[in-house]
Ligand binder design. Structure first.
Ligand SMILES: O[C@H]1CN[C@@H](c2nc(-c3ccc(C(F)(F)F)cc3)no2)C1
Length: 328
């Protein structure tokens, strides 16, 4: 089997929301290659924590409670959720898992209540970091992968318009040139890979260092690189500065932004400058940069700002996992 689902950007491309059928309900979930739990708003939550989101009905005929199973998760920004676990049929664009662990929230943090476009998350990292106790559950991809035409999924994220995820096949209309694959280190549960040198702007190679280990994370909006690369980038953006009040680099919204070329698997991938204007700060006609320092995170994260510039293939067809990127 295969699956194809639209990936709809929230405002400022903050996250990508996809329709998922669970039993007879359709919920809109944030697909996240940086975590491994499929959790949903549910009828078990206090109404004070729900602001228009669709609630998974745990009383529906097809939902089977997994007694004694609980979960609790927190995300990079400190938000989180917790609850209990059911099994139900989950269909993503035609790819169907007949008995998928569906983690029904009994409580979510205020950030999720306020994120009115999302009814929960669908994790696509490795099942080793699933947060269900006493027994971790498999991700949707792990549950269905043996039944897919090919054991892979792909992400085509777009700005201001629908992109798509595919399960089980590569859509050759989504990219140009060839796909460059590189080995994945999943020892931390993430789609980890090694990135090489970088060049700011289209000029000659002015890269002074290499980026090193990184993760591909569709659930992170921005791109977080080592300080040296970030300072090198913003040194080419006139009027840019680090704003402690905004918590990152900002610049005049009228600034012209250079591209950033990153070498992965020996191929240079170009992120256009426009990808690095993330959003207005709301003060003084300054804009918040889509490239920020990885200090304090502990990871270099290739989030949506990077992933919008490529077609990404999350591939387990070779036995050991690999990740592929192609220009689009
Ligand atoms: O944890 C890492 C795994 N991938 C990144 C991720 N972060 C979120 C997230 C989604 C929605 C919200 C909220 F709605 F604003 F609460 C917050 C965080 N989803 O994936 C970071």
């Amino acid at each position: 089997q295969t699956g194809t689902v639209a990936a709809n950007p929230e405002q400022y491309d903050q996250a990508y929301i996809c329709p998922v059928t669970i039993g007879s309900q359709t919920l809109h979930l944030d697909f996240d290659t940086g975590s491994s739990d499929l959790w949903v708003f549910s009828n078990l939550m206090p109404s004070s924590e729900v602001d228009g989101q669709t609630e998974f009905n745990t009383n529906s005929a097809g939902a089977t409670k997994k007694d004694g199973y609980t979960w609790s998760i927190s995300y990079g920004d400190g938000s989180g959720a917790s609850g209990v676990v059911y099994a139900d049929t989950v269909n993503v664009g035609g790819a169907t898992a007949t008995s998928q662990a569906v983690e029904a929230a009994t409580s979510v943090s205020s950030e999720f209540t306020s994120d009115t476009g999302s009814d929960g998350l669908l994790g696509l990292a490795f099942s080793s970091i699933n947060q269900v106790k006493p027994t971790p559950q498999t991700t949707f991809f792990d549950t269905v992968k043996s039944s897919l035409e090919a054991e892979l999924f792909t992400a085509d994220l777009q700005s201001n318009g629908p992109g798509s995820y595919t399960f089980g096949y590569i859509d050759s209309s989504k990219y140009t040139g060839s796909i460059t694959y590189t080995a994945v280190d999943n020892s931390q549960g993430f789609w980890g890979f090694t990135a090489g040198g970088y060049t700011v702007g289209g000029g000659g190679s002015n890269s002074t260092g290499t980026i090193g280990s990184a993760i591909a994370d569709t659930g992170t909006s921005l791109m977080y690189l080592p300080t040296a690369a970030v300072q090198s980038y913003y040194s080419q953006v006139s009027g840019s500065s680090y704003s402690s009040s905004q918590g990152g680099y900002i610049f005049p919204c009228s600034a012209s932004l250079p591209s950033l070329t990153v070498s992965i698997g020996g191929h240079g991938f170009v992120v256009p400058g426009s990808n690095f204007n993330y959003s207005p700060t709301g003060s003084g006609n300054t804009c918040f940069g889509g490239l920020q320092e990885n200090t304090g995170i502990g990871f270099t994260i290739f989030g949506d700002v990077f992933l919008r510039a490529v077609y990404a293939i999350f591939d387990e067809t070779q036995g050991s996992p690999r990740i592929g990127f192609a220009a689009q």
